[in-house]
Design a protein around this ligand. Sequence first.
Ligand code: PAF
Length: 256
Amino acid sequence: MKVVTDVRELPSGCAFVPTMGALHAGHASLLSIAQQKNKNVVLSIFINPLQFENAQDLAKYPRTPEADLALAASHGATHVWLPSQAEIYPANHRVLSAGPISHLYEGKSRPGHFDGVVTVVRRFFDLLKPSVAIFGEKDFQQLKLVEEIAGDVEIIRAPIIRESDGLAMSSRNIRLTAEGRAAATVISRALASSKTEAELRAALSLEPLFTLDYADFIDEESFAPASPQTAHVRAIVAGWINEVRLIDNMQMVQSS
Ligand code: PAF
């Protein structure tokens, strides 16, 4: 595996897995999908300041560089790209606008977050020119917005990878206390057991350590509130435990 900072040393037309590091089994699953798509698998590690609306969250974002390289090597990355700030954000760089869906849900609580995400992803694509890029469904709204700016890069949706007790894997989980980690299972349990928004909110309210931001049933395409006519409904949840922001989602089967 080659570790490079300069994009000119990387193979364009590759399968691409963009990350902010603190890699876990969820990222490993993205790498295994990437390997099926192309013999060249590039994983990037770049903590993108533009997508953090809160300086404290950026400062606290977990950084595990040695473990990251070991995971990338053992899960089939052929190249790791560690771009510099200057390469991604030259002096004249432009911040893209992620469009109307970016102001809902995650975007409402984290103003500017998705503009930062689409700006960095588009920049990665322009520099690297991958043929495919793999994104996890855990960040469902991000995935939708990336699809909108992908151009000729094929976006592959990867399923959420969960711990054995159901918690969706996230780099932020390591910031939870033991008590908080146990409490966090409420989210996946509530998602799996609820057939309506009211049931979902009631199930989440049973955990005193969980502070709810939103719990909604939405149309997967438009992100509008789901109605009985909505063909593809997804339940989306966000909130905090130990001041750590946790998000999760699940596809819902509409009863006819
Ligand atoms: O999902 C992430 O880790 C980040 O939002 C991404 C896509 C790497 C952009 O910084």
